[in-house]
Design a protein around this ligand. Structure first.
Ligand code: NAI
Length: 342
């Protein structure tokens, strides 16, 4: 594998612990990565910088790829989410979150294999909120044809490349006729014109959630606008063992930032007990992405080796507490490293 520069944002809360564990596994697996460490979030403020320093964004623009730990966002006050800002600044419009059962983690469902694709730049995450008059506040939901068309095109192209069979859009166009109406109109257009061989359907999101928890195996790819994608990602994570096992990627035209779906888990910060698996799985997605972009197989071989090793570790019962095991963050990383082959 040719050495590759990757921007690393350790993030807040459990972020530094799980990024260190992930870096350790990647190094042991032979991933030749030059980490360019940058700050964001509370860690950046504590270091006397802006919450999203310009040199962090510039480094990702320059190196085109980043692995990011979670960043804390204050609730109901304070600075705007670093995660949302970063996705908007770099136009990382497609969030991809594969949700699958994993070995050794029994759940109520044993046949979950869903890929969530979330539009990452619009909707209620526009951040346009104001007080109209005392006691009356409002938040603006934004949808543009440009962004709805590109996420639809991206999703159908992705489905074709990954040989997935069906895309389902969850929406609320019965109530939000204009914004969600535009979202489904664009999905329908792209389906009909360019991808008629991928099955396409829609569900009103409330009924869609009911169907998900009744029988998740009926879904293949879910495509959602920003807020629904955020909420449904965590719902689906709950069906396969929790937030500790669901990775993610934020993809734009030229840059990609890989991060777990979960947040900074302040309740676990500093205890050394957080599950590093979701971030490690995100790093595996990153290695596969590098292999695709650079058109070579060494990175994907390293990715496959890590995946076999963490599946073996889980199968042998090496699990962190969130999955009912006893491993610390470091114990789990070491268990994966012990099982790396070749
Ligand atoms: P959270 O995902 O941090 O935690 C929810 C629950 O899941 C907690 O009980 C936590 O202990 C558990 N959990 C999460 N990750 C885990 C892991 N790796 N191993 C074991 N258990 C894990 O969500 P919460 O509490 O709503 O948010 C905390 C902070 O994270 C907030 O400031 C929020 O804004 C931020 N956040 C950041 C995200 C990002 O950086 N992409 C995404 C989601 C939330």
């Amino acid at each position: 594998m040719k050495p590759q520069n990757v921007v690393l944002i350790p993030g807040d809360g459990i972020g530094p612990e799980i990024t260190a564990a992930t870096q350790k596994v990647l190094a042991a697996a032979g991933a030749e990565i030059e980490w360019i460490e940058r700050k964001a979030g509370v860690a950046a403020i504590t270091a006397g910088d802006d919450v999203l320093p310009g040199d962090t964004v510039d480094a990702i623009r320059h190196h085109k790829i980043a692995l990011k730990g979670p960043c804390t966002t204050p609730v109901g006050k304070g600075f705007a989410s670093v995660n949302v800002q970063l996705r908007k600044k770099l136009d990382l419009y497609a969030a991809v979150r594969p949700v699958r059962n994993i070995p050794g983690v029994p759940t109520r469902f044993d046949d979950v294999d869903i890929i969530i694709i979330r539009e990452n730049t619009e909707g209620l995450y526009s951040g346009v909120e104001n007080e109209v008059t005392p006691g009356v506040v409002m938040s603006m939901k934004v949808a543009t044809r440009k962004a709805c068309m590109r996420i639809a095109r991206w999703s159908f192209r992705f489905a074709t490349q990954r040989q997935r069979k069906r895309i389902t859009v969850f929406h609320k166009a019965n109530i939000m006729k204009v914004t969600d109406g535009l979202f489904i109109e664009c999905a329908q257009k792209v389906h009909k014109k360019d991808y008629p061989n991928i099955a396409y359907d829609e569900a009103i999101i409330d009924a869609g959630c009911m169907k998900l928890v009744q029988n998740p195996s009926q879904f293949d790819i879910l495509m959602l606008e920003n807020l629904y994608g955020d909420v449904v990602s965590d719902l689906c994570a709950g069906m396969v063992g929790g937030l500790g096992v669901v990775p993610g990627a934020n993809i734009g035209e030229t840059q990609a930032v890989f991060e777990a779906v979960h947040g900074s888990a302040p309740d676990l910060a500093g205890k050394g007990t957080a599950n590093p698996l979701a971030l490690l799985m995100s790093a595996v997605m990153m290695l596969n992405h590098m292999a695709e972009v650079n058109n070579e197989t060494t990175c994907s071989n390293v990715a496959a080796k890590i995946k076999r090793a963490y599946n073996a570790a889980l199968g042998d019962g090496c699990k962190t507490r969130d999955l009912g095991g006893e491993c610390s963050t470091d114990d789990f990383a070491d268990a994966v490293i012990e099982r790396l082959e070749g």
